[in-house]
Each structure stands twice: as C-alpha cells, then as structure tokens.
Design a protein around this ligand. Structure first.
Ligand code: DCP
Ligand code: MG
Length: 404
C-alpha cells in the first residue's frame, strides 16, 4: 500500500461527504446558478432558516441554521431557493449506490455522508486510496456532484480528513502523522465536542487537542466524567468504533418555523397530524416502529420546550398523530403564540412483519388503522404524497407555511 503506514493500523476507513449538498444539486439542475451564491431554505422574507448554501455564499458568512433574513443581509445578491427534499433524496440514493459498489461495509450517517470499511475489498479493488479516488471521480462524472473523501485507520480520523480538506477534498491521515496533525487543532474538532463542552474544556485550560494529548490518562474523566475518557482517546488518535453497516436511524423528525406566529390550536393539531403521517410513512417504508413521541414548541420569545410520551411500539399515522396532539393539548394552552412546532419519533425498532391487507376488507369490523395506512402508502407511492390523507390533516393546507 502506497500511503498508509502499516506500523500501526491499516487505513481502510473511508468517509465521504458531499459538498454543499442541497445547493450543489440545485446548481446542477440549473447551470445558470453555477458559481453563484445559492441559499437553500426558502423565501428570505419568511422566518425559516438556511438548510445549506453554496461555497460562494459561505464567503459572505452565510451558514446552515442561520435565519434566512440574516443570510439575505449578509449576501443580498444570493439566489434563495425552497427545499426540494425529494430531489436531494434521489441524488443521495444514487451516491450511496456508487459507494456500495466497493463494499457492503457501508454505514450511512446522514443524507450526504457515509463511512466505508474497505479492508475486505482490497483484493478486488486495490488500495483504499484508489477506491476513494474512484468513488470521487464517479460521483463527479456520473452525478455531476462534488464529494470530499477522507481516509484513515479509524472513523474519527477519516471524518476529520474529509472535513479538513473541504470542498472537493481528498485526504489521507496516516497512523504516523495523526498525533502531530491533531495537536494544533481546536478541541471542537473532537467528535462530540459541541459549543457547551468546548466551553467546559476551555475553562479547564484545554484549547487545543494537544493540550488533551498531554494530560495523564484518567485526568479528564475525573473532571468531566466518562466523556473525558473518550476525548482523551480521540485526542491520541484512538477510536475503536467499527463501521456498522445498515445502522438504523435513532430518530426521525420534522419541524416548521411559521411565517407568522400562531396560537391556533386546531391548526397546530392538524400540522402535527400531517407530520405524523409523513414520518410514519417513512417508518413503514423502512420497516420500523417508534415508541417515543416528542413534540417541541418554540414560543415567539424564542423560549422552547419539548415533551415526550412513551407508547407501545407502533407506526400508525392515527396512533402517533393522536399521541402528538394529546401532548400538545397538555403542554400548550394557547399563549404565548408559537414560532415553531416540531414532532420527532425516537426509539426506533424493527416492526413485526405485517400481513398484506386491503382497505375494503370484507370484514364486519372494517379495516384497521394499519391496513388503511398501508393502502394509503401504496397510493401515495404511485400518485404522489398529496393525493390522499386522513381528514385530520386537511386544514393545514389552508395556512400552508412557505417552507412546507
Ligand atoms: N442540512 C440541513 N440543515 C442543517 C444542516 C444540514 O437541512 N442545519 C442539510 C442540507 C445539507 C445537507 O443536510 O446540504 C448535508 O449537510 P452537511 O452538514 O454535509 O452540509 P453540506 O453538504 O451542505 O455542506 P458541506 O458538507 O460541504 O459542509
Ligand atoms: Mg455535506
């Protein structure tokens, strides 16, 4: 192997992450947008947030999760586009299909990101670096999208490698260079260190990964608990987590920021029912049940609460919709008005196999909820998601927020 030092471990983990994914798909669909600042998220007069933006827009300071209005102030000449989820899902499926040509050991992390472990593919396809380059070239040539590729001997370093070299990146971190490369990086580069933990580490005088490398084993765990052990290991380039193919998502969610604050409880319930139908459709597609339903609301003063309820595992639109609207009823009494509502389904587990049913089963008890859901899924798959819905999701269309 050409560029992995084998004195330690083999560099067989590849991390791939598309560049400015949603925005790149939009630029591909409409070539007049190429080279221009493109912001995906919706109308800048709405109160939604940026999903992502092209690198041309990032130069002006625009970034994911920023309010669209702020993005427009920073980059007034940017082109603002709505989120076209189906288009991105299709592109994502095509990218993962290319990766799957090189190994079954693929762990999908999000819509545009996956780990591959190619250790068992080398006799067929050559070196990890060769495989990484081929994937990158194929994604560019066949799908006209740019992808950053990082390669190393564990997941943490492979992901770091792809991030450090973005956009259009390709980087290998060899075992014998990992420690020196990590040393000057801010602690925020460690997996699991967000803003809050970053501040906690800073308070301990730990600003760079090197500061953690120099600590005696156990010191950080004593200070901040079990995460301290993990950070100390990562800082030393240690990450034993294997690539786990087909790993199931842990949760599924949907939320919306309203164009105008609302306290209309019937409308909010309709929205939750609609979210329930959409998310349960995904659960059923993937053969999953949920047993935790969480409703999140944000008031017009930006304070937010979330309330969860545990249910017996299921994926029926009706059951989840009723649970969600019950939670809302308990948690919200119509004041102050809301700027956001969201529904998420957690603790996802494989659903037991169901028998095929018919909406109009010849049965005096009538069709059950699961049968209705399945028949509606079939109709939606053939004719589109909007053609059929339960009556309890119908009024949301009257007030349809711009980003739905
Ligand atoms: N996304 C989103 N909301 C966020 C973050 C991301 O809707 N707060 C969506 C849009 C992104 C996609 O997920 O295109 C992938 O997320 P990434 O973090 O990989 O961001 P990008 O691919 O856009 O940019 P890059 O990976 O080049 O930094
Ligand atoms: Mg990406």
């Amino acid at each position: 192997m050409d560029n992995c030092n084998l004195t330690a471990e083999t560099c067989s983990i590849i991390h791939c992450d598309l560049d400015a994914f949603y925005a790149s798909v939009e630029q591909r669909e409409n070539p007049s947008l190429q080279g221009k600042p493109v912001v995906v998220g919706g109308d800048p007069r709405s109160r939604g947030v940026v999903a992502t933006c092209s690198y041309e827009a990032r130069r002006y300071g625009v970034k994911s999760a920023m309010p669209l209005a702020q993005a427009q102030r920073l980059c007034p000449h940017a082109v603002f586009l709505p989120v076209a989820r189906q288009r991105y899902q299709e592109a994502s499926r095509q990218v993962f299909a290319i990766m799957a040509d090189y190994t079954p050991m693929m762990e999908i992390l999000s819509i545009d990101e996956a780990f591959l472990d190619v250790a068992s593919s080398l006799s067929l396809f050559g070196t990890p670096e060769g495989i990484g380059r081929t994937i990158k070239k194929r994604v560019e040539k066949e799908l006209n999208l740019k992808i950053s590729v990082g390669i190393s001997y564990n997941k943490f370093l492979a992901k770091l490698a792809s991030q450090l070299d973005k956009p259009d990146g390709f980087r290998v971190i060899k075992a014998d260079e990992a420690l020196a490369l990590l040393r000057p990086l801010p602690v925020q580069h460690l997996w699991g260190v967000g803003e809050k933990t970053g501040r906690e580490l800073d308070r301990l005088g730990l600003y760079h990964i090197g500061d953690i490398q120099d600590l005696p084993e156990g010191w950080l765990a004593d200070k901040i608990g079990s995460a301290g052990k993990l950070f100390w290991e990562l800082a030393r380039g240690i990450d034993p987590r294997p690539v786990t193919p087909g790993r199931q998502r842990k949760s599924l969610g949907r939320e919306v920021t309203f164009a105008a604050d609302t306290a209309d409880i019937n409308y909010l319930k309709d929205l939750l029912n609609r979210f329930a139908a959409e998310l349960c459709g995904k659960l059923r597609q993937n053969g999953l049940d949920t047993s935790t339903v969480t409703v999140k609301i944000k008031y017009n003063n930006f304070a937010a609460i979330s309330r969860s309820r545990t249910i017996s595992p299921g994926n029926s639109d009706m059951l989840i919709g009723e649970t969600a609207t019950d939670i809302l009823q308990d948690a919200y009494h119509g004041y102050p008005p809301l700027r956001l509502i969201g529904l998420s389904l957690g603790r996802l587990t494989p659903a037991p196999a169901l028998e095929q049913g018919s909406l109009f089963a010849n049965d005096s008890a009538g069709p059950d909820d699961n049968e209705i859901d399945r028949v509606m899924d079939g109709i939606r798959q053939r004719f589109g998601s909007e053609v059929i819905g339960r009556a309890n999701t119908l009024t949301w269309k009257k007030h349809r927020p711009p980003n739905l």
